[in-house]
Every structure is written in structure tokens, then in C-alpha cells.
Design a protein around this ligand. Sequence first.
Ligand code: SF4
Length: 82
Amino acid sequence: MSKKITHRFSDCIGCGACISISPEHFSLNPQTFKANLIDGQLDESDPATPVQTLTTDSLDDSTADLLTISCPANIIAIEDLT
Ligand code: SF4
């Protein structure tokens, strides 16, 4: 099933948990020291809270759950697409 990942990167504290859990989806931006959603699209429709989004078929349910519960800043949201 496809999933949509939303990453509110401006509030990232750079802890690296998401990168450890899913290195194919998250990397560290060496300039900002925040996580980067790999191949994510920048969405600045709300300028106060820009996000990166990615639709992917390569994220299983357990990894998705781990990503959302492990982010201490609570800025990773993942939804199933039908
Ligand atoms: S787990 Fe959350 S706070 Fe930590 S690097 Fe990833 S997005 Fe940033």
C-alpha cells in the first residue's frame, strides 16, 4: 500500500532517530543539521510550517509506526493512501 510521509522539518532537532530507522527515506542535511526526507517535495503552502512530503510504496507498516512514535519532536506523519 502506498503511504504519504509528511515531515515538518523546521522543527527537527537533528536527533537522527528517523535516519537510523529508515535510512532509505531520511538523511541528515549537513548544512542545517536537520533530517531531510529523501526525494521529498517541498510544500510551503503554509509558510509558517513548511513541510516535505513523499508518496512511497517502499515503507512497511511496522517501520512507519516506528518512525512516527520515535520522533521526539513529533513532526513525522504517515498516512495510508488507498
Ligand atoms: S526523528 Fe524527528 S527530530 Fe529526530 S532527526 Fe528525525 S525528524 Fe528530526
